[in-house]
Ligand binder design. Structure first.
Ligand code: WQD
Length: 350
């Protein structure tokens, strides 16, 4: 009998890729999604990729009654919580929508999990919890600064809520910048409306859907004046979630006894049941470096201009990956060229 893992937001960008990897690892993904930022066609693509139609129900995590019924019916043993809004720029314009969906959504989910005695959770956190970091690369123990955006604040609050609910065994995965697509190009990033994120806007510009790409700021204190991020292939990120689920079950059955405690690993203020991992590549690239990599790899020019800075952006952030490499036993495998190639292959199929 396969162990069932509930994937909230499972038809979204990272969620859909994680569903593929969970299946490959021998788990049975159970998907909920409110289809606010995804499409039902993603389920058709997942059926092609995994060879069966995964269990799916259109449920919003704020709908506790429906969620409770699904959890009781399906007998899931762990949850990966992706369902949240995630655009830094958009969160500055619509803070209330972000706090309601991201913070209340987590609280409502936790209430249902607790009521059903379900206490294994992988939380989709973010490098944005570091704010404008005082040190880069950032370690899991790097002191967090005030969030630069409401989105980052919702993730900081999510971590506090989870740390204080010590009945729940949490793997807190701080993502950096997920980009790219599955090698089949059957699933990828599917922003509805005008993309907030760099790569989908970039690929839509090359595809002629957008007129030109605006680089938000060319006067930052970096080598070429543009912001630096740790771009990570979405498949690497998805594989990290499987490693994290494996760890949760290993801890639950006692095959892992020493973890997280300050002094045991000396990395950060993780606890037995709240473990933090940076899920990045450890490499930082500027916006212009990404543009040039895309143009070189795909042989396509990107019409772009340098424009004003975007509110909510930090100048530079990339990951120190020592802990996740050593403790979770996971390391990103795919390079920036692969990310750019897969992103373009996906866009060409859209
Ligand atoms: C990247 C860089 C922009 C669009 C993302 C996710 C967030 C979190 C962290 C997981 C910035 C610049 C962008 C454009 C541009 N990941 N840019 N022109 O803001 O780092 O956040 O990663 O939790 O969920 O959203 O990503 O792609 O929006 O921006 O110049 O049209 O590209 O200024 O420097 P960001 P992004």
């Amino acid at each position: 009998m396969k162990r069932k893992v509930l994937v909230t937001g499972g038809l979204g960008f990272i969620g859909s890729h994680t569903v593929v990897c969970l299946n490959e690892a021998g788990y049975e993904p159970v998907i909920i999604d409110n289809l606010n930022n995804s499409r039902l066609e993603v389920l058709d693509a997942l059926e092609t990729l995994v060879g069966y139609r995964p269990t799916f129900e259109q449920i919003d995590v704020l709908d506790s009654e429906k969620l409770n019924a699904l959890i009781q019916r399906e007998g899931v043993e762990a949850v990966i919580h992706f369902a949240a809004h995630k655009a830094v720029g958009e969160s500055v314009e619509k803070p209330l929508m972000y706090y309601r969906n991201n913070v209340c959504g987590l609280i409502f989910l936790l209430e249902v999990l607790k009521a059903n005695g379900l206490n294994n959770l992988v939380f989709s956190s973010s490098c944005t919890v570091y704010g404008e970091p005082k040190e880069i690369p950032v370690r899991e123990g790097t002191e967090t600064q005030p969030a630069a955006s409401p989105y980052g604040a919702t993730k900081q609050m999510g971590e506090v809520i989870l740390r204080d609910n010590s009945w729940c065994n949490v793997q807190c995965l701080r993502y950096f910048n997920p980009v790219g697509a599955h090698e089949s190009a059957l699933i990828g990033e599917l922003p509805l409306g005008v993309p907030n994120n760099l790569i989908p806007f970039l690929t839509q510009t090359v595809a002629g859907i957008r007129k030109q790409l605006t680089v938000y700021g060319g006067d930052y204190d970096t080598a070429d004046g543009t912001c630096i991020r740790d771009y990570i292939h979405v498949m690497d990120l998805a594989e990290a979630h499987v490693a994290s689920i494996d760890r949760l079950f290993a801890k639950a059955n006692g095959t892992i006894t020493h973890y997280g405690k300050e002094g045991v690993l000396g990395f950060d203020n993780s606890t037995d049941n709240f473990e933090i991992f940076n899920i990045g590549t450890g490499n930082g690239f500027s916006v212009l470096e990404v543009i040039h990599a895309f143009e070189r790899v795909n042989g396509e020019k990107i019409p772009h201009v340098i424009g004003d800075r975007r509110a909510g952006d930090v100048v530079a952030v990339w990951a120190d990956t020592k802990k996740v490499n050593e403790v979770l036993g996971w390391k990103a495998k795919r390079d920036l060229d692969t990310m750019m190639r897969d992103a373009w292959n996906w866009q060409k199929r859209c």
